[in-house]
Design a protein around this ligand. Sequence first.
Ligand code: ADP
Length: 286
Amino acid sequence: LFYAAPLPGGEPANRGRLLVMVRDRTAQKKLEKMRTDFIANASHELRTPLASLLGFIETIENHAKDDPAAQKRFLGIMRAQTERMLRLVRDLISLSAIELSEAEMPAERVDLTETARAVCDMLLPIAGEGVLHVEADGPVTILADRDEVIQVIQNLADNAVKYGGEFPSVTIGVGTGAPPTMPGALRSGDTLHAVAVRLGVPEAQVAWVRVADQGEGIPRTDLPRLTERFYRIDAEKSRKKGGTGLGLAIVKHIVQRHRGGIQIESVEGQGSAFICFFPPAALAQK
Ligand code: ADP
């Protein structure tokens, strides 16, 4: 119930009647809950490593005071934790920056193929030689923000390497129209059709980048929730690999800001593919 009051008594017809206004606050409450959950999660993600850092500092000051080998080992752990916290803060800042600019449509002409190749070069020191491959027939020009597209491909390729099994092999495909599909895969997220309708262009003009791995895949129940902030299939494993739980949320926000879409497909035990749809550069002329 939002508001209730007796109707003005002047009119004889209104006498003894009530004005009642009802507002459905479900959506607003859900949004508020998401916000408070996010703050609670972010605080927890930062508090845990900070408490652990304090523990290590105290150990180095006391028990390990005269043990250089133990000190060296603890400092290594402390460095890894500090680096992860820095990544988390950087990801939190990216996420809020993207949210702030969500209403504006990016307007640069960006070649997806060239951008995918650039990301491969950037990730070479982390992924190693021969792990990342780009598959494209030629340039695919989209209407985008180049730095944000780099971040999308980087986050997806980084995950594909992290969760791609012991000897990862990752394909970054670029094209327009219908992307390749994994036989027998479960699917979640936006469809090519929905994105084409939203953009008002034929399906054949919608551009995509598809990052596919041959890793462990994604269980059915996790698939629809993967792009939520801090959602992880195995939080311990993600942390060990230096993850922040925000990579896919950032990808989703960037793609939404481009009025595109994200689709995830996976076969458990065989691998996953993350497809991001983007508007063609021709849309600018419309
Ligand atoms: P994180 O920092 O934990 O990697 P992300 O938002 O990038 O955070 O991903 C969320 C979760 O989705 C990961 O923790 C992981 O469980 C799952 N995930 C992401 N990419 C893949 C992939 N290529 N294969 C399997 N699981 C994945």
